[in-house]
Design a binder for this molecule. Structure first.
Ligand code: ZN
Length: 362
């Protein structure tokens, strides 16, 4: 923790790390730029309050016949986190050329039966691919790459909710207390996003080169193309266009309910109460990999706990402990599972690890 950095509005000490670029004062809610040189507007999507959120959860629970589990008297903890994002819009083309060895299998009927053999053709291809464009959400923090954060960014891009300047948002204390500080500047996230985008573009163009070479051979020769090997290639990104959004704070709620001797969590979108993922008691006959689920549970909570650490040590410790308890539970209950973890369908594609999504059942 750095010393002597104080809120320029009320003079209270600011809870910052050497990496902090901007942080909201937990006493007065004023946005302080520790790095004045990087100062810019910050936008926020205003969250529902706790009551509105609980109502959304109740409605969800009724629809899913889980009213007994997610009722107000069972609630143990309701945590709001506002995660800072940049949305990087990148478009690029690729100038490519390559030499590809294409394999063709040919067959001929003879008196002894069908005889097949493989031939090769060397093909040259070149051209320009694109433009390939994507909007990449980047969390303005290190070590906060958790599923709930990815899911909320994905939902933001799809739903496009209203984001307003934090200076005119009139946030209440229990909202501003939960804003994570901005720890990564725009320039570094733009560079990371650009690397990611160009890597993807190269991967696509490699396939384009193979497909184009195979296509050429299919046009010229009889036989069946059975594969290809790129012998040499050159891929140069051109016409790169990048723009970044202002930092946007997106709200996520984590709710914990106690039911039937277990804790059941929900991860909920903060601005409309849409449930992203939740745990419900196990239905009879369900089988699930509990060790893996435990890893997810502690990963999600542990990740959030780490993210919360700088602004709210108490909540952070609570989450971290919950994460540990949850994973411990999953391990212990491996033989007698009591609950299963469900990611709502529209968020499943956000899970980058396919193994995880195959474990989570509806
Ligand atoms: Zn202050």
């Amino acid at each position: 923790m750095a010393d002597n950095v104080r809120c320029s509005n009320c003079g209270a000490p600011l809870d910052i790390t050497p990496e902090t670029i901007a942080t909201v004062c937990s006493y007065c809610g004023y946005l302080n730029w520790v790095r004045q040189d990087l100062k810019e507007d910050v936008l926020v999507v205003k969250p529902l309050d706790g009551k509105q959120l609980q109502e959304k959860i109740r409605n969800f629970a009724v629809r899913r016949k889980l009213g007994e589990v997610f009722k107000d008297t069972n609630i143990v903890e309701l945590t709001l986190t506002l995660v800072p994002f940049y949305f990087i819009d990148i478009s690029a083309e690729a100038d490519y050329s390559g030499r590809v060895l294409v394999y063709i299998t040919k067959c001929r009927r003879t008196k002894q039966g069908e005889r097949c053999w493989t031939e090769t053709r060397m093909v040259h291809v070149d051209g320009v691919y694109g433009p390939y464009r994507n909007v990449i959400p980047m969390i303005a923090r290190r070590g906060c790459d958790v599923f709930s954060a990815k899911a909320i960014a994905y939902k933001y891009l799809e739903d496009n909710p209203r984001a307003i300047p934090i200076t005119s948002a009139e946030l209440s204390k229990n909202v501003w207390r939960n804003i994570l500080s901005i720890d990564l500047d725009k320039k570094s996230v733009v560079n990371i996003a650009l690397d990611m985008h160009l890597d993807e573009l190269r991967e696509i163009v490699v396939k384009v080169i193979e497909r184009e070479a195979e296509g050429k051979v299919m046009m010229w020769s009889s036989g069946v193309v059975t594969g290809s090997t790129i012998i040499w290639k050159k891929i140069t990104p051109i016409n790169i266009k990048i723009s970044s959004s202002k930092p946007v704070l997106l709200p996520v709620y984590t709710a914990v309910y106690r039911y039937g001797g277990g804790l059941h969590r929900l991860i909920v979108c903060g601005w409309d109460g849409d449930v992203i993922a939740f745990e419900r008691p196990m239905k009879t006959g369900e089988r699930i990999s509990w060790g893996l689920l435990g890893a997810i549970a502690s990963g999600v909570l542990g990740g959030l706990a780490g993210a919360l650490y700088t602004i709210n040590m108490f909540a952070s410790a609570g989450l971290f402990i919950l994460g540990s308890i949850a994973s411990f539970y999953c391990m212990r209950r491996a033989l007698s599972p009591i609950k299963s973890s469900i990611v709502e369908p529209r968020y499943r594609k956000v899970l980058s690890v396919e193994k995880i999504s195959s474990v989570i059942k509806v």
